[in-house]
Write a protein that binds this ligand. Structure first.
Ligand code: MUC
Ligand code: MG
Length: 367
């Protein structure tokens, strides 16, 4: 079987409610649908979400690098020649979500060819994950109301609270109000998207010590090298690296440097192949992992749960799998459903992704 063509289709679906966080905000899911075609008629599907404030990619850059660079490099290879594929893609630096989408679409083809679910090929640990919901910036009472609505509607009991605003005390107040409203049985953790200085992060953690937070993620930039190590060395909870670890090598570097003590694994940026390496590295070093969300749509979320459910290490904590709930629509023919705080892997061969052609025609930006 040979790769014959890769489609990179830009589409745009508005958010009902924008997500705001310290490094940016999202109003429209302006993603790229990636479809890898083969000479045997199998088609693998995934999506790439441009996050310029995190990786520098844009919707146009993803379409361009796939069309002009990656397609000619891997056309003619078999989807099973994964080491060859990655050696060729890695001749180009950066472009993580474009590479990850191709990787996941190739796994979708491999699953279909083997007539096996990709999640079972990846590890087969379980068929579902508990879901963690991200609460973005808003006035405190709106953040509380949002978390209560998500808990009451979907049974979700783990929340990642976006922090990193100035002054830091408004985020402390929001976290305190969330803990008071939701009670002790709910899991809470925070993500600063590099918004605070190391010293404000230390003050905020001290002020929230009684809130029983599970994790603190990217409170200050890893590029504030010594400040970040100083902060992590005094944190009493695991300190998660997210945007500072876009590659497996970055994971090693940040852990060995003492700049992080846990890792966010995002299939949107490391696909399935490199995400497996990250999880293996972390397990070997005794470091906790969390399945993160790149503000994925339903296609990306289905990829994230297929990977997260497949591994023992990634099912220990709830995975961030609910950002799609805020989108006005999506491309999947059969929408994802979160119930009892859980999202199931889609049964069937490959990733079990079917695109609604009418929705794709409505939302695509290239016609
Ligand atoms: C997150 O965990 O940070 C926001 C920016 C980004 O790169 O990912 C999202 C969520
Ligand atoms: Mg993060």
């Amino acid at each position: 079987m040979k790769i014959t063509q890769i489609e990179a289709i830009p589409f745009a679906i508005p958010y009902r409610k924008p997500l705001r966080f310290a490094s940016g905000e999202v109003h429209v899911a302006d993603h790229v649908l990636v479809r890898v075609h083969t000479d045997e008629g199998l088609v693998g599907t995934a999506e790439a979400p441009p996050r310029p404030y995190t990786y520098g990619e844009t919707q146009q850059s993803i379409v361009a690098v796939i069309g002009k660079v990656f397609t000619p490099q891997i056309t003619g290879l078999s989807p099973l020649e994964r080491q060859q594929v990655h050696a060729r893609l890695d001749r180009t630096v950066g472009n993580p979500t474009a590479k990850a989408a191709i990787d996941m679409a190739l796994w979708d083809i491999i699953g279909q060819a083997a007539r096996m679910p990709v999640s079972e090929l990846l590890g087969g640990w379980s068929d579902a994950m508990r879901v963690s919901h991200m609460v973005g910036f808003a006035p405190t009472q709106e953040m509380v109301a949002e978390a209560e609505r998500i808990r009451d509607t979907y049974g979700i009991t783990t929340f990642k609270v976006k922090v990193g605003r100035q002054p830091y005390t408004q985020d402390v107040e929001a976290c305190r109000a969330l803990r008071a409203a939701l009670g002790e049985d709910v899991s809470l953790y925070i993500d600063g998207n590099r918004g605070w200085s190391a010293s404000d992060s230390a003050r905020a953690l001290r002020d929230m010590v009684d809130l029983n937070l599970d994790f603190a993620e990217e409170l200050c930039p890893a590029d504030d090298v010594l400040g970040r190590r100083w902060l992590v060395s005094q944190s009493t909870i695991p300190f998660v690296a997210d945007e500072s670890v876009p590659t497996p090598a970055d994971v090693t570097r940040e852990l060995l440097a003492g700049s992080a003590t846990a890792i966010s694994v995002k299939t949107a940026r490391t696909g399935f192949t490199a995400s497996s390496r990250v999880v293996n590295q972390c397990e070997a070093m005794g470091v906790e992992v969390v399945i993160g969300n790149q503000i994925d749509g339903q296609i990306g979320t289905l990829c994230a749960v297929a990977f997260g459910a497949a591994h023992r290490a990634t099912t220990r904590r709830a995975g961030e799998l609910s950002n799609f709930l805020d989108m006005a629509d999506d491309l999947l023919a059969e929408p994802l459903v979160i119930s009892d705080g859980t999202l199931r892997v889609r049964p069937g061969t490959g990733l079990g992704l079917a695109i609604d052609p009418d929705k794709l025609a409505r939302y695509r930006q290239d016609r």
